[in-house]
Design a binder for this molecule. Sequence first.
Ligand code: DP6
Length: 351
Amino acid sequence: MTEKFLGNKSFRVADHTVSASCPSNIALIKYWGKYPGQIPANPSISYTLNHCKTNTTMEFCAGKPFGIQIFLAGKEEVKFAEKMEQYFKNIEPFLPWILQGNYTIHTENTFPHSSGIASSASGFGAVAKCLMELDEAFSDDVRTQDPVQKASFLARLGSGSACRSLYDGLVVWGETREVAGSSDLYAVRYPDSEIHEDFKNFNDWVLLIHEGEKSVSSTAGHGLMKTNPYAERRFQEAHENFAVIRQILKSGDMDGFMKLVEHEALTLHAMMMMSDPAFILMKSGTLQVIQKIWDFRKETGLSLFFTLDAGANVHLLFPENEHSDEIKSFINANLMQHTQNKGMVKDVMNF
Ligand code: DP6
């Protein structure tokens, strides 16, 4: 093995392998609309999931010409590698050694592709964590920033929502006066002492209503907000909703929580319906499930509600408590039939 120099550090020209795992997240107040430099148009808050993760191994051969090869679940992905190369070039100002070597990346998700669970969030989260491990070995700079915060900062530049996946529990991205320390540049944990116990043990069961490709990518969707006549009002409302959710989280107001979270999901879809071109991302199964959730709630008074991302699949949210068995039976008996292939991904958030 030969000694080479990168920055001020000498290192062996050998494979340097790092691994990381990062979960996905589900937003309660949604990020939809952004400014250049991956700056969100409004603050967002999400739950980080427990089981839906991306596991990534990155082999870095320092001193070799820059290039990236990616294998997703063992299959080489050339297009994905091109995107990753562009991403690495974009973040070079923050990791000056990053283009001085060659990468082989193996990555896999613990959840199905096209499930409506954000693999870009867990994927960029895992890549950012790997890069921070390499940074430990190759950077000559004295650390001035917390490494998790820097990983969140880097993940954001890959995919906005990814920056929230670096922390457990409830996580905020985007500056809001409601959350001390919140920033447009990275995510922060929502303060634990401000969260009622009832919100700390929650289920997220994702009904796979439609498993095909999404009709609009998030990037294109964010772009549509630039010309949406309702955009400014929406951004303002998201800010207002932070004041509302803060009270809800503190007091344990479950009814308020359900109302706000569903309103956010429907607003996201309404925004897309009012875009030019317009998109309807719900399928008939999505609407049928929503109606059944509302009927169930009216009949039983139990806390089952939903959120949606930019697709047709329904995230069923409900607290884990003495009523959850009844809710689970209802889902299996009445909602599963609306899935395309009996597909459902079960996750939990407990912290
Ligand atoms: C609807 O983070 O996927 O899931 O920054 O362009 O990668 P890019 O977009 P992305 O958008 C997520 C949008 C959302 C809402 C949310 O997660 O807040």
